[in-house]
Design a protein around this ligand. Structure first.
Ligand SMILES: [Zn+2]
Length: 321
């Protein structure tokens, strides 16, 4: 009898150890590439990522538990759309606003956001710009005493409950260089690029990063560190980004493209749409599909890791403007 009890005790101890081990493992998604300083906590709750239909610009709303995060603030001429979308989403405050780079189609609505919502923290790429929307942004930060921080490759933003954002670009050196290309400054180059991680779910954010940005990231990180389920299509689906090597490393199942109806830049570029097709990357685009929503618990439910839905239209729409 005693033997049976001690056997049971050993089995019980082994079971407990296994359970603890599984819990302690956390997220090992970005172990290679040196991007993660510590493992994230296990995910809890549902994560929702919504690429808002704000015309030609970017605004991506991320919600998890009580946390609300915004990546970019739409175009300077599309503030009304941003205002409408945020009202529809019943947003009352932001825990973090991430500004990928100081171009008017990404930072254009920052004054609206800072003037109308409590914002706990603003992250930018540390690149300065001359336009009024930028100088006004600095003024508002000061006036309203809003905390801000410049993001650099290697930074990890821990939003709690297993949600974090791992920054791949820009590096300090890239920022010092200021995004020089053929003797001219290209502010897209130093866009903040990074991976949002939530359990087994990963999404790559790219701002308007260019091919040189992608090459730099590829030279510093392994494909494992970059691999993502979903890609925020770089630079509104431009052919100056979306390089073969970058797409191969990230290997997304879906790309989501933010672009305006009949935009002057003809985004998303036909060659990018063709490339996505060849690489079996499905896509939605805000000009055709409206808001694009992704939800996930960070683990597979009924065999699915995440759900992606669009307000209207079909996936992989090849309409060209
Ligand atoms: Zn842009």
């Amino acid at each position: 009898m005693k033997k049976i009890f001690s056997f049971l005790a050993v089995v019980l101890a082994a079971l407990m150890l296994t359970a603890c081990g599984a819990k302690g493992q956390g997220d090992s998604g970005s172990k290679s590439g040196g991007s993660s300083k510590k493992a994230a906590a296990l995910p809890s709750g549902t994560l929702q990522i919504k690429m808002l239909d704000v015309g030609q610009g970017d605004a991506i709303l991320i919600r998890h538990g009580k946390k609300t995060i915004l990546i970019d603030t739409s175009d300077i001429d599309e503030k009304d759309k941003l205002k409408k979308r945020l009202a529809e989403e019943k947003v009352s405050s932001f825990d973090a606003v991430i500004l990928t780079h100081p171009h008017a189609d990404h930072m254009g609505g920052i004054d609206y956001v800072l003037n109308n919502f409590p914002v706990a923290m603003v992250y930018d790429n540390g690149q300065t710009a001359k336009p009024k929307f930028y100088t006004n942004y600095l003024k508002l930060l000061k006036e309203k005493k809003i905390k801000s921080k410049t993001l650099t490759a290697g930074d990890v933003l821990d939003f709690g409950d297993g949600l974090r954002f791992v920054v791949f670009s820009p590096t300090k050196e890239m920022r010092k260089d200021g995004g020089m290309e053929n003797g001219k400054i290209n502010l897209n180059i130093n866009s903040i690029e990074g991976r949002l991680e939530f359990g087994d779910f990963k999404m790559m954010f790219t701002g308007d990063g260019e091919k040189v940005t992608e090459d730099s990231i590829l030279s510093r990180y392994s494909a494992d560190a970059l691999r993502s389920n979903i890609l925020k299509s770089p630079h509104h689906g431009s052919k100056t980004s979306n390089s073969d090597a970058f797409l191969k490393a990230v290997k997304p199942e879906w790309a989501v493209i933010s672009c305006g109806v009949n935009n002057d830049y003809h985004h998303p570029h036909p060659s990018v749409r063709t490339k996505y097709g060849k690489m079996k990357i499905d896509f939605y685009r805000t000009d055709i599909n409206g808001n694009i929503t992704i939800t996930t618990t960070g683990k597979k439910d009924d065999g699915k890791l995440y759900k992606i839905t669009a307000q209207k239209g079909k996936k992989n729409d090849q309409t060209a403007y």
